[in-house]
Ligand binder design. Structure first.
Ligand code: GDP
Length: 643
């Protein structure tokens, strides 16, 4: 049941990890990354989709992910109008200058016998009619930064400090509101520079977005408390940043504390392969205090320098493309979503599609509640006017009109539904256990979330202490805090279940669990949780039966029926003989046959049972070799609950 590792499947099909993760996302299978496993059935579907025809007759053509109908048609040597017609047949009304989803591109290409290779890293730089006075082509854009680190190492304090002390020019006062991202302006070498921070909590957003193929982060700031050093979530954050190939700047926090030991942190980092600059490596480590603000400016400067090194650019005149950072339903405002614009300029009045949701932008606001008419690359804005709540990581695109937006969203909804039907469902706890019982599975995989670290440890300890002779409980992830979409995605990718102790399941996680059929169970009392698992495991272990003797009969004569079967004429010497009970024939202390009492007669009558001291005729299917003197031992197998 382990399934296939995403990275191995990618290798097998000659795709990059990023392409494979994207392909799975397109299929509606969210995976946390290339190290995740998918089930055999999904792997097969992917193989069928991407394996090149053995005849190799199919032409392979490479196109950009932002190809328009026209550029796709040109690339595969087809007529744009004809392609447009085909798309219409598939329910997509699009203009020739409109961009297509990778799914749609593949299906069109396939109908021309062409196998598509989508350039993953390609950023759209499509020519567009230039607005008067605007500069042409890609221009430098602010870096997008995610702060990650172990719980309590100071992420929130740092993000709050930066937000409060570095206000974008022209934005004063007002109440800031959490929208999942914000932009600040800092002065570096007398220049005003913008930086965008993603402040969705934890690593969840980062991985959820990556699982959906969206990469928004340019730089990861890894925060490590100088009094605590590298902790499990620090390691996890490093893994995430490395997997996404995002450069890391380390903020060694809490240096105001007397017990701060920045050198210890640097040594630990070195051991993990992140060698600080003053240790001869290339990792920038900035000592800071998020509480007093000491060193924070230097940290911001390093972010700006790193951004310059990365030469981050985007074209504000390109077709708009953005990523949903957060989304929710709000009373009185309807669906609101925070979009980080990556290319182009998003404007109020634009018709948009994000994932399976569409709409016309009614209003855009910054996290300071200021209304804006447009949003340029790297700018996060909250948008209103969507038909529903999109998912974090969904790509936002601008299309020509509302009708078209609705049609694309509808088609995607349909495709998603079909893809969901195709792929195998994830399993509930009961189904996993049933699989284990049948020997189809070998372990019960769990993701454990708890309200505090202590309770998480208690749950894990309790799981480890369960009777495990036949069942291995594998804990995939533990964490403190509510059950998030990220937990559900990990569980979905590994066919695991999510167990929560004293925590809630957030809205996105609940929706994801329903969508991906992941079993999420929450408990308030630790006993409840372990008891449920224990009972389930008991039920799952191969049932144990105990033999309960019923009686014995001695064969005193044998008779042959006209049809050739042999009846044993018996005398019940002990207990009773019961029809349909298990029985064995014993001769000279050896069992010569085992079966059941198939027929039991007293004189000419069929009877259900015969007590000690009576005579009866016994027949056992498949055995005609009774001998006078044989003993027939009758017993029953009773199921016993394993201890
Ligand atoms: P998060 O879980 O990473 O978001 O951590 P928080 O920002 O909530 O910080 C956890 C605790 O550490 C809070 O009590 C903060 O006041 C404290 N803290 C954060 N940064 C500093 C710092 O630079 N110095 C000191 N002394 N305490 C800090």
């Amino acid at each position: 049941m382990a399934g296939t590792r995403v990275s191995e499947l990618a290798k097998e099909l000659g795709m990059t990890n990023a392409e494979m993760v994207q392909a799975l996302v397109d299929l509606g299978v969210a995976v946390p990354g290339p190290a995740a496993f998918i089930d055999a059935e999904t792997a097969q579907i992917v193989r069928e989709m991407f394996q090149e025809a053995p005849s190799s007759a199919a032409r392979v053509v490479e196109v950009s992910p932002s190809a328009t109908v026209k550029s796709l048609a040109d690339a595969i040597g087809a007529n744009a109008g004809e392609v447009q017609k085909k798309l219409m047949e598939q329910g997509m009304l699009v203009s020739v200058n409109q961009r297509l989803s990778t799914d749609a591109m593949r299906s069109i290409a396939a109908s021309y016998g062409v196998s598509l290779k989508i350039k993953v890293e390609d950023r759209p730089a499509a020519p567009k009619p230039k607005r008067k006075g605007s500069q042409a082509g890609p221009q430098p854009r602010p870096p997008v930064v995610t702060v990650m680190g172990h719980v309590d190492h100071g992420k929130t304090t740092l993000l709050d400090y930066i937000r409060k002390t570095n206000v974008v020019a022209g934005e004063y006062g007002g109440i800031t509101q959490h929208i999942g991202a914000y932009q600040v302006e800092v002065t570096v070498e007398k220049e005003r520079r913008k930086i965008t921070f993603i402040d969705t909590p934890g690593h969840a957003a980062f991985t959820a977005m990556r699982a959906r193929g969206a990469s928004v982060t340019d730089i990861v700031v890894l925060i490590v408390a100088a009094d605590d050093g590298i902790m499990p979530q620090t390691q996890e954050a490093i893994d995430h940043a490395r997997a996404a190939e995002v450069p890391i700047i380390v903020a060694i926090n809490k240096i105001d504390r007397a017990d701060a030991n920045p050198d210890k942190v640097k040594t630990q980092l070195t051991e993990l392969g992140l060698v600080p600059r003053d240790y001869g490596g290339d990792i920038e480590c900035v000592p800071v205090s998020a509480l007093t603000g000491q060193g924070v400016n230097e940290l911001l400067e390093h972010i700006v320098f790193m951004a310059d090194l990365l030469e981050l650019k985007a074209d504000p005149n390109a077709p708009v493309s953005g990523v949903i950072i957060e989304a929710r339903l709000e009373v009185g405002r309807g669906a609101v979503a925070t979009v980080l614009v990556q290319e182009g300029t998003l404007r109020v009045g634009d018709c948009v599609v994000c994932g399976t949701v569409h709409g016309k932008i009614r209003a855009m606001t910054t996290e300071r509640g200021e209304r804006v008419a447009k949003a340029t690359p790297s700018m996060p804005v909250e948008i209103m006017g969507l038909s529903g709540v999109p998912q974090a990581g969904d790509r936002l695109e601008v299309v020509s009109d509302e009708r078209c937006a609705r049609q694309i969203a509808d088609t995607r909804t349909r495709q998603q539904r079909e893809a969901n039907l195709q792929r195998s469902r994830n399993l509930s706890l009961e189904e996993v256990l049933e699989g284990l019982r049948k020997g189809e599975a070998t372990e019960l995989r769990v993701v454990v979330k708890g309200d505090v670290q202590g309770s998480v440890e208690a749950v894990v300890g309790a799981l480890e202490n369960l009777p495990q002779e036949s069942v291995a409980v594998k804990v995939l992830r533990t964490g403190v805090g509510n059950i998030t979409e990220n937990d559900v995605q990990l569980a979905a990718a590994c066919q695991a279940i999510v167990l929560g102790f004293n925590v809630r399941t957030d809205q996105m996680a609940q929706a994801a669990a329903e969508r991906q059929h992941v079993d999420v169970k929450t408990f308030q009392v630790i006993y409840e949780l372990t008891d449920a698992i224990e009972r389930a495991i008991k039920g799952m272990l191969a049932p144990v039966y105990e033999e309960v003797p019923l009686g014995k009969a001695e064969v005193r004569a044998t008779f042959r029926t006209p049809r050739g079967a042999v009846i044993a004429g018996c005398y019940v010497t002990e207990g009773k003989v019961v029809r349909n009970a298990e029985a064995r024939v014993v001769r000279a202390k050896k069992v010569v046959f085992a079966g059941r009492v198939d027929s039991l007669r007293h004189l000419k009558d069929d009877v259900r049972e015969m007590a000690q001291g009576f005579e009866c005729g016994i027949m056992m299917d498949g055995f005609n070799d009774f001998k006078v003197g044989d003993t027939i031992e009758v017993f029953e197998n009773r199921r016993v609950e394993p201890e």
